[in-house]
Design a protein around this ligand. Structure first.
Ligand SMILES: [Zn+2]
Ligand SMILES: [Zn+2]
Length: 275
């Protein structure tokens, strides 16, 4: 984890693929975009505090659970552990797609509390994709850490209260949940790396090149306006199959038919701000 912290602060040298839209050639993207400036100014001290608390709690629980997983390791579980890890990563990739799709496609920055805190970063990211490379470790990872605190605390409590025999039985499930928790937590860090073109540690580039984590070229597909596909940002393994299935389109049609809401209405509003 330490090497991930040191990775931050190199954002100044970072570059990202510029979004290419079919019909918005006149729109200038980046930090000077009027909408991007307004969105960046909404990042408040209270929000910062929530992110700090989340990161500290989450990483402490992660270390605690890791020690207990090691202490309870049995050779007989080796296959289940591998299966659990792969299933956990796949689930995390799907969850990343679902949350990203939900925030990109529905809701508005104007929603009370929630909009400013959790929808704002998604709007900012489309009109200023380089902003994420200038976010430090806390801003990058705070929200995802918050998501995993409760399940990780629940696992820690189980390690303290269950008997060794009971732990033996739930061990494969815990490996699945732990892999899921780790990858959900790291999703935005992985996403940030996919936008960083200079100064990445060599091992990160290796993981990207072998498509173990989200590769840079792969994620560029999402940044083509109007941002309607390739929402998975942990490993991206599910992007191609979900696109072939028309998964996101079907889900959007279903929601539009039920609520009358148009997908990406708020995203489009921010993209065209000041133009
Ligand atoms: Zn997006
Ligand atoms: Zn992105």
């Amino acid at each position: 984890m330490a090497s991930m912290v040191t990775e931050n602060g190199r954002g100044a040298a970072a570059q990202t693929a510029q979004p290419q839209g079919p019909s918005r050639g006149a729109v200038r993207w980046g930090p000077q975009h009027a909408g991007a400036r307004e969105l960046a100014s909404l990042y408040s001290p209270g929000k910062r505090c929530q992110e700090w608390i989340s990161v500290i709690l989450c990483f402490s629980l992660m270390a605690f659970n890791f020690i207990h997983l090691l202490a309870n390791f049995h050779l007989g579980h080796v296959w289940y552990i591998q299966l659990g890890i792969v299933a956990g990563i796949l689930t995390a990739d799907f969850v990343s797609g679902l949350v990203h799709w939900g925030a990109d496609t529905w809701g508005s920055v104007d929603l009370p509390i929630f909009g400013k805190a959790f929808i704002r970063p998604f709007r900012e990211h489309h009109i200023d994709p380089t902003a994420i490379t200038r976010h430090d470790f806390i801003e990058t990872n705070g929200d995802n850490c918050m998501l995993t605190i409760f399940p990780l605390a629940n696992m820690a409590f189980s390690f303290l209260t269950l008997s060794p025999a009971e732990i033996y039985h739930v061990y494969p499930l815990y490996c699945y949940l732990y892999a899921l928790g780790i990858f959900v937590t790291l999703t935005n860090q992985i996403h940030k790396w996919s936008h960083t073109y200079f100064g990445l540690p060599r091992w990160v580039v290796f993981l990207q090149d072998w498509h173990i984590i989200l590769p840079r070229k792969h994620h560029r597909i999402h940044h083509v306006s109007p941002h309607e596909t390739y929402f998975c940002i942990t490993t991206g393994w599910l992007n191609y199959p979900l696109e072939k299935l028309g998964f996101w389109r079907t889900l959007e049609d279903l929601i539009t038919s039920m609520t009358g809401e148009k997908p990406r209405a708020d995203d489009l509003k921010w993209a065209t701000k000041g133009h």
